[in-house]
Design a protein around this ligand. Structure first.
Ligand SMILES: *[C@@H]1O[C@H](CO)[C@@H](O)[C@H](O)[C@H]1NC(C)=O
Ligand SMILES: *[C@@H]1O[C@H](CO)[C@@H](O)[C@H](O)[C@H]1NC(C)=O
Ligand SMILES: *[C@@H]1O[C@H](CO)[C@@H](O)[C@H](O)[C@H]1NC(C)=O
Ligand SMILES: *[C@@H]1O[C@H](CO)[C@@H](O)[C@H](O)[C@H]1NC(C)=O
Ligand SMILES: *[C@@H]1O[C@H](CO)[C@@H](O)[C@H](O)[C@H]1NC(C)=O
Length: 466
C-alpha cells in the first residue's frame, strides 16, 4: 500500500513548511515536558510513570471544564497533593477559554494533565460508516486543533487522547481508521504549530475480542506520523481481593511485554468489592513496568455510578475511605529504580489481519478533510468551546470514500518547521514520512456498568451498542 501519495498529502507538505504562526507558549511551567521513546515515557532523562486520577467533577453527564472553576481547583489540588499523584485526566475542556492560571496551579503542585481532545459535541460519530465519514470533517478538526493550541504551551500538558472508547463493542471496529486518521492529523498539527512534540494516542475500551488488535493497529504501519505515541486502555478487571496472577494481569504483561509503545491504564479501579487498591503494588512493580507505565484511578469525585474518592457537598469536598486507601497504596509503592525494565528502542509491529472480530481490511486511512489544511499554516483560531453547534454533521468530510477504497497510505508531512529541542532531536522521521490518522470518541467499556460511561461515551450515546 505504500507509494500512494495523494494530492492532499502533497499539499500538506507545502503548507507545513510555511509555518509562520507557531503557538506562542503562554506559560512554560516548571515541570519538564514528557516524551515518548521506546515503550516508556521519559522526563529529564528519567522514566516517567503516570500516577493519577480521572478528574471529572459532575460526572460524564455534565460536560463542564473543571479547570475554569479556580476555587474548586485550588481545593482539589490540595487533595491531589495529599494523594501523592502526578497526573490528572480531564475528559472535556472548553477550548475557547484561557487555562493559564489552572495549569499553573497544577504545575506548582507537580501535576501533569492528560487531556482528551474531544468534547461531546465535537467528536466522531461511530454509529455507522456514513456517520463516521460525515463526522470526520474540518469543523471537528478545527475544535481538536484549537484544543492543541490552547494547551501545547504548558509543559505540564502530558499527552493528548485522540479518542476515548470509540470502539466499544465487537461490531464497531470499523471506527479504527477514523480514530487513526485523527491521531495522524493531531500529530501533524503539533509538528506544524507547536514548539515541542506532545505524545498523542488513544484510550481504548477493554473489549476482550479486539483489544489486542487495537493495540497493534495503532502502533503499526509504514507511516510514522500515523502511529500513536502510546496506547492506553481502561481496565476494570482487577477486583479486590485479587493478585497479579488472579487478576490475569500477569497474562496481560506476557501479551504486551514486547509491545512497541508506552502502555498505561487510562482508567482502573473495580468497585465490585471494597477497593483495597492492591493493584497499585503490582502496577508499579517490575512485574508490570517492563510493559506498563502506570495508570489513572477512576475517579476523583463520587458520581452516580458509584466511583469516587471524595464526596462533594456544596462547595466542600470530603475525602472518603476509598481516598485514604488509595493514598496509602500510592505512598507504599515507590516507582522501580532505574528504568523499570523499559526499552528505548521501538520495532514497528505488523498490522493485525482482518478477522471476524477485527473488521479492518485495509491499512488505508481517510485523507484529512481538505478544509482543515489551512489550520496548519494559520493556526486553528478560537475554539468553539462547549457552546458551539457541534460538528458531527457539519463542515466538509474527507474526499476519501466511506469504504476507504481510495484512502491514503502515506501523507507527506514535511516537518522542517518542527523545533525538536524539547524532545531529543530529529525524532520526527524522514522528511518524506507518510501519514495516517487518529480519531476519537468515547463509549462504554465491556467491564463497566453503563452508568459510568465517560463523557465522550455519552456524547454518542445514541450510537453506543450496549
Ligand atoms: C520480543 O522481542 C524480543 C527482542 O526484540 C524478540 O527476540 C522476540 O522474538 C519477541 N517476541 C515476540 C513474541 O514477538
Ligand atoms: C510479582 O509476580 C510474582 C510472580 O507471579 C508474584 O509472586 C508477586 O506477588 C508479584 N508482585 C506484585 C507486587 O504483584
Ligand atoms: C536533524 O536532521 C538534519 C537533516 O537530516 C541534520 O542536518 C541535523 O543535524 C539533525 N539534527 C539532529 C539534532 O540530529
Ligand atoms: C522524498 O520525496 C522527494 C520528492 O518527492 C523524492 O525525490 C525523494 O527521493 C524522497 N526521499 C525519500 C527518502 O523517500
Ligand atoms: C452494533 O450492534 C448493535 C446491537 O446489535 C447495534 O445497535 C449497532 O448499531 C451496531 N453497530 C454497528 C456499527 O453496526
Amino acid at each position: 500500500m505504500k507509494g500512494v501519495i495523494s494530492g492532499a498529502a502533497l499539499a500538506l507538505t507545502s503548507f507545513a513548511t510555511a509555518v509562520s504562526s507557531k503557538v506562542i507558549p503562554r506559560q512554560q511551567g516548571s515541570l519538564p515536558a514528557v516524551t515518548s521513546e521506546g515503550n516508556a515515557f521519559w522526563a529529564n532523562g528519567e522514566r516517567f510513570y503516570v500516577r493519577g486520577v480521572a478528574y471529572q467533577p459532575g460526572g460524564a453527564a455534565d460536560a463542564a471544564d473543571p479547570l475554569l472553576d479556580l476555587e474548586a481547583l485550588r481545593r482539589d489540588v490540595e487533595n491531589f497533593k495529599e494523594l501523592g499523584i502526578n497526573t490528572v485526566r480531564i475528559y472535556t475542556i472548553d477550548n475557547s477559554q484561557n487555562h493559564d492560571e489552572a495549569m499553573a496551579l497544577l504545575d506548582e503542585a507537580g501535576i501533569y494533565l492528560a487531556l482528551d481532545a474531544n468534547t461531546p459535541e465535537y467528536s466522531l460519530n461511530r454509529e455507522n460508516e456514513a456517520s463516521l465519514h460525515a463526522s470526520y470533517n474540518d469543523v471537528y478538526l478545527q475544535s481538536v486543533f484549537a484544543t492543541i493550541d490552547a494547551f501545547a504551551g504548558y509543559s505540564n500538558l502530558l499527552l493528548f487522547f485522540s479518542g476515548n472508547e470509540v470502539i466499544n463493542a465487537r461490531n464497531n471496529t470499523n471506527a479504527a481508521p477514523y480514530v487513526k486518521a485523527v491521531t495522524r492529523d493531531m500529530k501533524n498539527y503539533i509538528r506544524a504549530q507547536s514548539s515541542r512534540e506532545i505524545p498523542v494516542g488513544y484510550s481504548s475500551a477493554d473489549v476482550a475480542e479486539n483489544i489486542e488488535a487495537q493495540a497493534l493497529y495503532f502502533a503499526c504501519g509504514d507511516d510514522e506520523i500515523a502511529r500513536s505515541d502510546f496506547f492506553a486502555f481502561n481496565d476494570y478487571s482487577w477486583c479486590d481481593p485479587s493478585s497479579f496472577t488472579l487478576s490475569g494481569w500477569d497474562a496481560k504483561v506476557e501479551t504486551y511485554k514486547n509491545y512497541s509503545l508506552p502502555l498505561f491504564l487510562s482508567e482502573f479501579g473495580c468497585i465490585t468489592n471494597t477497593r483495597e487498591w492492591n493493584e497499585i503494588a503490582a502496577l508499579y512493580s517490575e512485574n508490570m513496568t517492563i510493559a506498563y507505565s502506570g495508570g489513572l484511578a477512576y475517579e476523583y469525585t463520587l458520581e452516580a455510578n458509584g466511583y469516587g474518592l471524595v464526596e462533594l457537598s456544596g462547595n466542600s469536598v470530603q475525602p472518603n475511605e476509598d481516598f485514604d486507601r488509595l493514598k496509602e497504596a500510592y505512598a507504599a509503592t515507590p516507582n522501580p529504580t532505574g528504568d523499570g525494565g523499559a526499552r528505548t528502542t521501538r520495532t514497528v509491529p505488523e498490522c493485525p489481519p482482518e478477522t471476524d472480530e477485527w473488521r479492518v481490511g485495509t491499512t488505508l486511512l481517510p485523507e484529512m478533510p481538505e478544509g482543515a489544511q489551512r489550520y496548519f499554516e494559520d493556526g486553528a483560531g478560537t475554539g468553539p468551546g462547549l457552546e458551539g453547534d457541534g460538528s458531527q454533521w457539519a463542515g466538509e468530510p474527507s474526499a476519501t470514500e466511506p469504504d476507504l477504497s481510495n484512502g491514503v497510505s502515506s501523507t507527506e508531512a514535511q516537518d522542517t518547521s518542527f523545533d525538536s529541542s524539547a524532545s531529543g532531536g530529529n525524532s520526527s522521521s524522514s522528511s518524506n514520512s507518510s501519514s495516517s490518522g487518529g480519531g476519537d470518541e468515547g463509549a462504554a467499556s465491556t467491564a463497566r456498568p453503563v452508568a459510568m460511561l465517560t463523557v465522550l461515551a455519552l456524547a454518542v450515546g445514541f450510537a453506543a451498542a450496549l
